[in-house]
Design a protein around this ligand. Structure first.
Ligand SMILES: [Fe+2]
Ligand SMILES: [Fe+2]
Length: 287
């Protein structure tokens, strides 16, 4: 009997700080032939990331991880590592489980249509998803007046960088250096917690939050680096968008309260090389 063709699966925003989410993650069944991309916001602490990888690493042929903003949170007054030191701590935790990170050589997934370079990226955000005529300061002030301020402003230190924008600039440069070194015919799957394009980060009800959702510097990367698929999270708006013929998969699981009215309790793992329409969850009406 031949083994099933491996699938490239993805999920993000598992947010295992929430008890209901831990329960759901613990119910993910083994997929011994498949790869799983974890596209950021696994948890709020290194211990929560370790708990998740300990559970999932034995269940998949390979795990691929990128950091999300929550994974980098370090509230003042805690002894959690901060900024780049935190990122490096998480990379070391991943490596202890054999999990691929943005610091490791890219791995090649054997898809039915040929090899695909899976590229985990940590590109971050720099407040450039804003109206062209506004400065960053003006955009932040307008957001604050609208009552929309991302918790990162209080919880995500950028040490030793002077700002999150400076850290973003360094990360974009490093990511480009790695991607530019690929053979010119290599096809890729680009993986980032933050959306690579502004037009895949639109939040109709809270457009102010887009400030914390990415950088315009990655806008054309799906073409420049020959992407067969782009995987991201952060928005907690799971779905599939096509841009220039490339599927962009938002794969967030999200918070229990976001799923409650859809009655979703199980973690769905997206096959990112499939562009089958995603069935919309039905709203559950409770008495
Ligand atoms: Fe999230
Ligand atoms: Fe996030």
């Amino acid at each position: 009997m031949s083994a099933a063709a491996p699938r490239l699966l993805a999920v993000s925003d598992l947010h295992v700080a929430a008890r209901d989410n831990r329960r759901a993650v613990a119910e993910i069944p083994p997929h011994p032939d498949d790869w799983l991309i974890l596209a950021g916001d696994v948890g709020d602490t290194p211990d929560q990331v370790r708990w998740t990888l300990d559970l999932l690493a034995p269940y998949f042929a390979k795990l691929v991880w990128v950091p999300g903003n929550h994974d980098l949170w370090a509230p003042a007054g805690t002894d959690l590592s901060r900024g780049e030191a935190r990122y490096e701590e998480l990379v070391e935790i991943c490596r202890s489980f054999g999990v691929l990170t943005p610091e490791d050589p890219f791995a090649t997934f054997p898809s039915a249509d040929g090899p695909l370079v899976v590229a985990p990226l940590f590109t971050f955000y720099d407040y450039s998803f804003r109206e062209a005529l506004l400065t960053k300061e003006a955009a932040l002030e307008l957001s604050e007046r609208a009552g929309i301020v991302c918790m990162d402003e209080y919880m995500l230190p950028a040490d030793p960088y002077p700002s999150r924008e400076a850290w973003c600039a360094a990360r974009v440069a490093e990511s480009r250096r790695r991607l530019d070194a690929l053979p010119p015919d290599a096809r890729t799957v680009l993986v980032s917690h933050w959306p690579l394009r502004r037009d895949t980060a639109q939040l109709k009800r809270i457009p102010q939050f887009e400030l914390w959702c990415g950088t315009v510097q990655t806008d054309d990367w799906h073409i420049r680096y020959r992407a067969a698929a782009v995987v991201y999270g952060h928005l907690h708006r799971p779905g599939l968008l096509m841009r220039d013929g490339v599927p962009f998969h938002e794969v967030a699981f999200g918070y229990p309260q976001e799923r409650r009215h859809y009655g979703i309790t199980q973690v769905g793992l997206r096959d990112v090389l499939s562009t089958e329409p995603i069935p919309m969850p039905r709203r559950v009406t409770r008495p």
